[in-house]
Every structure is written in C-alpha cells, then in structure tokens.
Design a protein around this ligand. Structure first.
Ligand SMILES: [Zn+2]
Length: 171
C-alpha cells in the first residue's frame, strides 16, 4: 500500500496521538491505524470511502493501553479481533500485524523476533513497534513472508521492509 499515513486514536484530545474526525475525513491517502483503538470502531462512519490497514497487537486485543501511557494521555481500550475483522469487512481496510507485545524488535533475539511477528492470521503488512527496525529485524520479516513493513520514524519509500509513512495531517 503506497502513501500510507498513520493514525492512532480518533477523538478530540489535543495530543499528537489523537486525530479528530475532521482530520480523518480530510485525509485522501490510505490510513494505517495503530492499535486498533476502540474509538476507531466507535467513529467508523468516517471510514466510509477510505482504505488502509488495521494493525493489531495480539496481546492487547480487547484490552487497554496501560503499557503505553507515556505516549497516550489517557487509558483507552483496543478493539477485539472480531471488531477489527468487522471493520475490514465493511470498509476497504486490510488487517495488518503490529506484533504480539509491542516490544522494540531491535532489542530481541532472532527467535523472539520471529515469535513476535508471527501473526495468528494471514496478513501482508507489518508495522514495527515504535517504528524501530534494523538489518536483523528485516531478515526475519523477509523470512516470515511479509510484503511490506512500515515505520514512522525511519525509512524510505521504495524498500518493502523500510516503508516510511507520515502521520495523517493535522489540519
Ligand atoms: Zn504502535
């Protein structure tokens, strides 16, 4: 998926982890949702006519973001796998994988990396936790058979496992 932009929460919090409904509506590029937060499901009417990827984290499906409260200003819930699958069936979104536990893959052994990126369903797309990757991680991603892997802090536009994607614009 080319020109993918990233977003986390949909809501009115004045914080970089949140996009308003208006900002999502104004985005004409495919959107990759990181989480996927329950407020995306609750605001799903803004996904009509949009496309993109729903990147889920295995251990947090149906849970909350307590582990990530230094990056998000308040406690939020994540969708269940059924809710994400429902969104993907209703709108032009594909499911992607954001690892089981959202650990920085560069700090793990090869065996641990392969475990973290092994999705329990078929998917073409991976998003790196914290956007962090290195050569060791890329080798594992290739072996696992992913088509593309995305970062938001490092990357280029023409390498399948170093895909750079900006955030949805804050208008
Ligand atoms: Zn993430």
């Amino acid at each position: 998926m080319e020109g993918l932009r990233l977003a986390h929460n949909i809501g009115d919090e004045n914080h970089s982890n949140y996009h308003t409904r208006e900002q999502i509506l104004a985005c004409d590029d495919p959107i990759g949702f990181d989480g996927v937060y329950r407020n995306v499901y609750e605001n799903q009417d803004v996904l009509k006519g949009k496309s993109g990827i729903m990147f889920v984290m295995g251990n947090f499906l149906g849970g909350n973001n307590e582990f990530d409260l230094k990056n998000v200003p308040k406690l939020e819930r994540y969708c269940t796998l059924d809710e994400v699958k429902e969104l993907c069936s209703l709108y032009a979104f594909e499911i992607g994988w954001h690892t089981w536990s959202h650990r920085n893959l560069c700090e793990l052994s090869e065996k641990e990396i392969l475990q973290e990126i092994a999705a329990p369903f078929r998917t073409r797309y991976l998003r790196y936790p914290y956007g962090e990757y290195c050569n060791k991680v890329i080798e594992c991603v290739k072996r696992a058979g992913y088509e593309k892997a995305y970062s938001v802090i490092q990357g280029v536009y023409d390498h399948p496992y170093k895909m750079f994607s900006n955030y949805v614009e804050r208008i």
